[in-house]
Unconditional design. Sequence first.
Length: 202
Amino acid sequence: MPDATRSTTLFALAKVKTFVGATGATTDDALLVQIADGVSERIERDTQRKFVNRTVTEYPQAKGDKLFLRNVPVSSVTTVKTRTTLADALSTVAATEYEADLDLGILWAKGVVSGIQTVWPDGERLTEVVYVAGWGVQDAATLPADIYEAGLEYAKFAYLKTKSPGVIAGSINVGPHSITVIPDVPKELRDLFASWRKRRFL
């Protein structure tokens, strides 16, 4: 069993242990890792957002001079590559040829480069963007406070429930993926997560 939470989980094991009051024991470490990872998975699934930084590769559909990235906010853009047809190799676009709104996740082609009007290629998988999405690293003060605190509350709720007779936390395999199973989220936390659910109209 892992002895540390995933890097994309909202909080580290030590933080969870302190919050649930299990700082003196190690026997429940594996259980708390499962719960913390499962809580973050559930929050991301319910909100359709990535809160902790991770690298994402995306092929956004262009809308003229704009590219809309799916995961916002964007921490940084690593590379942008384009091609004219799917048969062509991807070529790197210089960072000087576009501007990025990291909060909105929009990349603008700069319009005129070397006297030529520029727009993004119009077609599926003609543009590849590699970027870092999220509000910050694990346990960072830049993570949304309400989500972070609600996540800890959910982890504590799940931990106390699993310590009750007949309640089990574990994982199941779905295809190539392992999914952590934890007690269902309380309604007040479910309502908070729903308020964060990503809605974007392009």
